[in-house]
Ligand binder design. Structure first.
Ligand code: C5P
Length: 239
């Protein structure tokens, strides 16, 4: 596994439809985190121009739009997003092998600037009765593993997974597969609505490459100190 610096391991989720709030955070956090994660909430309000403004503050961008459509449409969406020079983009693994391959092939068109493609397996909001309701057999854990294997076989760089899936996916999928992990809470931060959390140190030690951390940084009175404290905790755990 290539060495990733503690700062680069932090992907800060900026979940807001307010451009000024996002710009203020992006400005403060430039150089303090590995990327700013922008999702559907921000993108639907401010579009590609909003993303460019966050990048222009000096940040790499994790564009979390979770594409899920027919392969041709996903390829077209990724091709359009390549203009934004994002570092990471997401798709749904349940879009299937052809869609995942189309996503990777399209990302490769950017050559050296190729963004990493990371797939969402099972949304953590879905429990086993939700999975049964959409016709899925077996446990959520089995489905996560099935989709993670499919993701790797399709050439996708990694998956988004819960902290409690990290150790088993790392064992099953080897060291070169990226595990991007939300549900992270330092022991000094509020849990908010997150359940089954891990601290940054625990998740990094279990084998997470990148930690998606939002409110412990963005809602802190001092986002820069919060990000630095998290980077220090990661550094200690992966020594
Ligand atoms: O503020 P917080 O640290 O809880 O933010 C976590 C981020 O990770 C949010 O953008 C959330 O949507 C995302 N996420 C998550 N759990 C998942 C997948 C994504 O919390 N299973």
């Amino acid at each position: 596994m290539t060495e990733i610096s503690p700062i680069d391991r932090i992907f800060c989720a900026v979940d807001t439809p307010e451009l000024d709030d996002a710009l203020m955070l992006a400005d403060l956090l430039a150089g303090e985190v590995g990327a700013i994660k922008l999702g559907k909430e921000f993108f639907t309000a401010h579009g590609p121009d909003g993303v460019k403004r966050i990048a222009d503050c000096g940040n790499k961008i994790f564009l979390d739009l979770k594409f899920h459509d027919i392969p041709n449409t996903v390829a077209g969406s990724i091709r359009a997003a390549l203009r934004l020079n994002c570092a990471v983009m997401t798709v749904h693994a349940s879009g299937g092998p052809a869609m995942l391959k189309a996503a990777c092939d399209t990302a490769a068109e950017a050559g050296e600037k190729r963004p990493k493609i990371v797939a969402v397996t099972v949304l953590t909001s879905m429990d086993e009765s939700d999975l049964a309701a959409v016709g899925q057999q077996g446990s959520a854990a089995e489905q996560v593993l099935r989709l993670a294997r499919l993701t790797e076989a399709s050439g996708v760089d990694g998956v988004v997974c819960s902290p409690h899936e990290v150790a088993s996916l790392r064992r099953e999928l080897g060291d070169d597969f990226a595990l991007v992990v939300p549900g992270i809470r330092p022991d000094w931060a509020s849990e908010d609505d997150q359940k089954r959390i891990m601290t940054p140190a625990e998740a990094a030690a279990a084998g997470a490459n990148h930690l998606v951390i939002g409110r412990p940084i963005t809602r802190s009175d001092d986002p820069v100190s919060a990000a630095r404290r998290i980077a220090d905790e990661i550094a200690e755990s992966v020594l």
